[in-house]
Design a protein around this ligand. Sequence first.
Ligand code: SF4
Ligand code: SF4
Length: 81
Amino acid sequence: MARGMVVIDVDRCKGCGLCTHVCPSNILALSSDTLNARGYHPVMVTDAEACTGCAICATICPDVVFTVYRRRREARQTVGA
Ligand code: SF4
Ligand code: SF4
């Protein structure tokens, strides 16, 4: 199960590609066959399972395209003494 998840507001994207260069998991790419409402090729996730929820994409995007969710760590179990 992925550690993180991004939701992309496709129509806000201007296809600048900044996020595709900084994602450490290398899972962001500009769509080559779709256009958004503004006429740009929007970003898409190529492998959702590899998202870590690091939020670097959201930090660099000038157009607030990403909402990032991060899975909480499972509570550590303590074995009784
Ligand atoms: S949250 Fe991190 S791993 Fe996930 S798409 Fe954004 S930059 Fe890549
Ligand atoms: S999501 Fe943001 S940084 Fe990435 S291509 Fe679109 S506008 Fe540029």
